[in-house]
Design a binder for this molecule. Sequence first.
Ligand SMILES: Nc1ncnc2c1ncn2[C@@H]1O[C@H](COP(=O)(O)OP(=O)(O)OP(=O)(O)O)[C@@H](O)[C@H]1O
Ligand SMILES: [Mg+2]
Length: 394
Amino acid sequence: MAKTPNKILIVDDEEVIRNICQRSLESRGYTVQLAENGIKALEYLRQESFEVVFTDFKMPMMDGIELLEAIKRDHPHVEVVIMTAFATIESAIYAMKEGAFDFILKPVKPDQIRIVANRCFDRIKLGEENKALRLANEKLTELQNMKNKFIAITSHELRTPVSHLKGYVGILADEYAYQLSDQEKKQCMQVISDAILDLEEIVTNMHNLIHMESSETTLKSEKVDIAGLVQQSVSAYQLTARKRKQEVKVGASAEKLVVTVDRAQIKGVLNELIQNAIKFTPDGGKIEVSAQRDGDYCLVCVKDNGIGIPSSEQGLIFEKFYEVQSSDHHSSSKEAFKGGGLGLGLPSVRAIVEAHGGGVKVKSGKGKGKGTEFQIFLPINGQKKSRKGRQLNS
Ligand SMILES: Nc1ncnc2c1ncn2[C@@H]1O[C@H](COP(=O)(O)OP(=O)(O)OP(=O)(O)O)[C@@H](O)[C@H]1O
Ligand SMILES: [Mg+2]
């Protein structure tokens, strides 16, 4: 429905009143449409968009109150002004209670019509400004909450690796460090190297978050052997999984699949899902990653037999900073069961997959060991799609 700003509908069965109103309002730049009864008025309202209706009270077929009720029911944003003779002023007051903006006593005067119309549009403008302010305010509150959460979680996450670095570098730099055995020095170096990896992961997640928000990222369009990519990611996590006595393996893949994607981004997706599976699966658990064709899509599944995700939380885990377990369980040690993070991995996964024109699904059973399965659908032949600025190159 095309919308002309400042559009007024005049409804009156007397032609002379309609004409006075029209001349008076058009002389002030308003766009005016005339209707001789309520039925016609409702027809115009269905076809076009009006901000204000001036209606007579006493009309054949449908009176002003009936028209007001129909307008408030079907077009609640439209302001209604009742035009009435002194004899029916009580009905006009009733109309005000029913949501009319104002009433004008007949015989109508051109000045009076203009004044009421101006007030009406002032109120509409104020309402729109209020709405815009309310939305801006909600957005600010959301950003503020996110910032607070970001600071709380990030500082919590940073504290452990930073204190490890400080402590163990201190040991190695100490004047008695020469007394350390080779084995002890190696252990110190291992803790330092793990802490650096943790810090690197936090920085990567923060980087991904910024890119998710920005409109600069452009996806590459590369032909990728998806089974090879899965194998690479699984191999990269063998050592971590072994430390947790977990088995991470590639599931049977029906055929060799070449998919047009941004290789680095999809590798990041696989890594994130495998990392989550390792984190949220107890020691000794099993993780399987597979890739297969599903119509025009490539379906990649990362399945674990870990702690699972309650169904009430499954829609929330893709929100930034959302974590099912409380941040009290945070641990930067990736070897600890339920090692936490920033809650940025899955939002990033979804943004990347959707930017490829694909989608993400999660399935998780109730009860211990039922596990979780993330399913990633990617269009095999690539798909141009612009979302939050990301797009595939052709
Ligand atoms: N495989 C899984 N099993 C059980 N819960 C999971 C699994 N994957 C994700 N979750 C839940 O979803 C939450 C959000 O996951 P997400 O990857 O976004 O954050 P994170 O892993 O906690 O932190 P980050 O990825 O930023 O290091 C997790 O904190 C966890 O509660
Ligand atoms: Mg994660």
